[in-house]
Design a protein around this ligand. Sequence first.
Ligand code: L34
Length: 257
Amino acid sequence: MHGITPGLAVVIVGDDPASRVYVNNKKKACEVVGFKSEEYALPASTTQEELLELVNTLNNKSDINGILVQLPLPEHLDDKAVIEAINPQKDVDAFHAVNVGKIMLGEYDFLPCTPSGVMEMLHAYDIPVSGKNCVVIGRSNIVGKPMAMLLLHENGTVTICHSRTQNLTEVCKEADILVAAVGKPKFVTADMVKEGAVVIDVGMDRDENGKLCGDVDFENVKDKCSYITPVPGGVGPMTISTLMKNTLKACKIQNNL
Ligand code: L34
C-alpha cells in the first residue's frame, strides 16, 4: 500500500545447530509474508567489538526495521551488552531494557515473541485467563518472566516456579493454565497436572534418543488436560509468527504509519 517492504536482520554467531534451524525458519517466514530478510552469519570467533559494530550498522540501515541477534551467543560474548546496543525501536525481540520496562508498565510497542505467541494461542482457543491460576515454570528473561507478566496483564493469578521452588508438584497441580519453560525434557509429568488443565509447552529439548521433545511428558499428560501444545508444531511456530507481527509494527512505527 505504501510501497515499503518491512525488513528483518537476523544475526547468528557460531554454528549451534538448533539456532541454525530457528533462524532458517525465521527467514522462511519472512519469505512467506513478503518481508525482506538479511542474514548475518558470523563465525564463533567474532569479537564483542565486531558484533557491536554490526548492530550499530544495522541500527543505521533504513531498510532494516527489526534486528534480532539469535541467542545463545558463544560464551565469550556479552549478550546483555549486545541487546542494549540495539535501537529499542528495532528490538523486535523486546529484550532491550527499555522494552522490558514498557512491558512491566503495560504500555508497549512490542511483546517478546514466545510469550506473546502463547497469549495469542490462548485467545485463539477462547481460553479465559482472568481469575485463573496460572503457573509458569521457569524464570528466564526471555520466557518465564515476561510470560508471567502477560498472564498478569490479563488478570491471571500468577505463580512463577523455579529450581528453588518447594513442593513443585503441589503448586503445579493447582494450575488451570500451566506453562512449562524449564528446558528439561519431559520434566512435567502427569502427577503434576490438574484434571482439565491447559498445558503450554515452551520446551525445545532432546529426549534420550536425541529426538526433539518438549518440557512436558506429552504422551502421559495429554489425556489428563483439556488442551496441550505439541512439540514441535506448538509454541515454536507461534514465536515466529509474533516475530513477523513485531517486524511489521516496527516498520510502521519507523515510517510513522
Ligand atoms: N534473540 N533468540 C532470540 N530471539 C528468539 O525469539 C529466540 N528463540 C528461542 C532461542 N533463541 C532466541 C527462538 O527463536 C527459541 N526460539 C525458537 C524459534 C523457532 C522454533 C523454536 C524455537 C521452531 O521453529 N520450532 C519448531 C521446530 C524446530 C525444529 O525442528 O528443531 C517447532 O515446530 O516447534
